[in-house]
Design a protein. Structure first.
Length: 347
């Protein structure tokens, strides 16, 4: 997270908040019953507010990452600078929210609150990145508003699984589940950032990522990044299915009148429509990913032999903006694939 100072452009603020709102609505829609909107609003505001206090105490990012010299020092830096403190901030905001809305709280609501706290954290962080790159602030806000927000909510899928179990047990006695959820989320966060830190450091310095840097990072990036993504999605889908089974059981146990039976039939039809839409999004994402790979290879071949900048100061505002836009476009297709998978899991 960049050191906070000043304010990003108004369009960047709108982009960040719009992405957070869309993701919140998307997560709400995936569950058979959306969480109470007062709970969701409180979770988002607390996520942003506590993150703002945490960010105000941070030294500049360059100071926090200056000690990275090899893979193991990078893992330590990611754990101490990101995984451990950031997941603690999210957990604090989440537990305050759950205490405030303790009466009538369901496991599904606890899980959803964790996702939205993470979106609040990400929104504040995204605004800081937009402020740090004013020449491409709107594109940074849009790109991070989708990608970084989703990544932070993935970490909440790890913690949320344990928090939902904590609420499901009743009595608020199994605090070991809360501690375990925090530990797993912090570990996943640290590993995910570890897999990306080397290319990101080069990108922050020069706004370029050399192919050889990517190749050197792959042995760590593939198991860590893909492992965290797959693990988070598996846990999220599992939680959705548990909530779906609980909803179906409650519906079947109720005494249906004709109107109730029709409402349940409409809900089942809605699930089927979401699955069809998810299939379409998956296909579009796969086609886009293939096209993106071809475009990257072609661009790399075209740039061979051309001098590359070694410092950010050597990058012009137009080159910076073009680099950010290209990055946003490249990650759009993989994100479509992930969203397509989730859309198919509508309960």
């Amino acid at each position: 997270m960049p050191h906070p100072a000043g304010f990003p452009p108004i369009l960047a603020i709108i982009a960040v908040l719009a992405c957070a709102a869309l993701l919140t609505a998307f997560y709400q829609a995936l569950f058979p019953r959306p969480a109470r909107w007062k709970l969701i609003g409180t979770a988002f505001v607390l996520g942003m507010a506590i993150t703002a206090g945490y960010a105000a105490m941070l030294p500049p990012a360059s100071e926090r990452l200056i000690g990275i010299t090899d893979a193991w020092s990078a893992l330590q830096a990611m754990a101490l600078a990101a995984g451990i403190p950031e997941e603690a901030v999210k957990l604090l905001a989440l537990m305050i929210t759950l205490v405030v809305f303790r009466k009538g709280l369901t496991p599904a609501e606890a899980f959803q609150a964790g996702l939205v706290v993470a979106l609040g954290f990400a929104a504040l962080e995204n605004l800081q990145y937009a402020r740090a790159l004013p020449d491409a602030a709107e594109w940074v806000a849009l790109g991070r508003g989708v990608v970084a927000s989703f990544v932070h909510s993935m970490m909440a899928m790890f913690a949320g699984t344990f928090i939902a179990a904590f609420v499901r047990c009743g009595g608020w006695k199994r605090w070991d589940l809360v501690v375990a959820g925090y530990a797993v989320a912090a570990l996943a966060h640290s590993l995910f950032d570890w897999g990306l830190v080397r290319p990101l450091l080069e990108y922050f310095r020069t706004q370029q990522i050399k192919p050889e840097t990517v190749m050197q990072a792959l042995p760590i990036a593939i198991p860590c990044v893909l492992g965290v993504i797959i693990g988070a999605l598996v846990l999220f889908v599992r939680q959705l299915k548990i909530c779906g089974r609980e909803y179906d059981a409650a519906q079947q146990a109720a005494v249906f009148d004709e109107a109730g039976s029709q409402a349940h039939a409409r809900h089942l039809a809605l699930r089927r429509r979401w699955r069809k839409i998810g299939n379409v999004i998956l296909i579009v994402g796969i086609i886009g990913l293939i096209g993106s790979i071809i475009a990257v290879v072609a661009a790399s071949l075209a740039m061979q032999g051309q001098p590359q900048p070694t410092e950010l100061s050597q990058v012009s505002p137009d080159e910076l903006r073009a680099s950010v836009i290209m990055t946003v476009v490249l990650v759009f297709s993989p994100m479509l694939i992930l969203f397509g998978i989730l859309v198919r899991q509508k309960q």
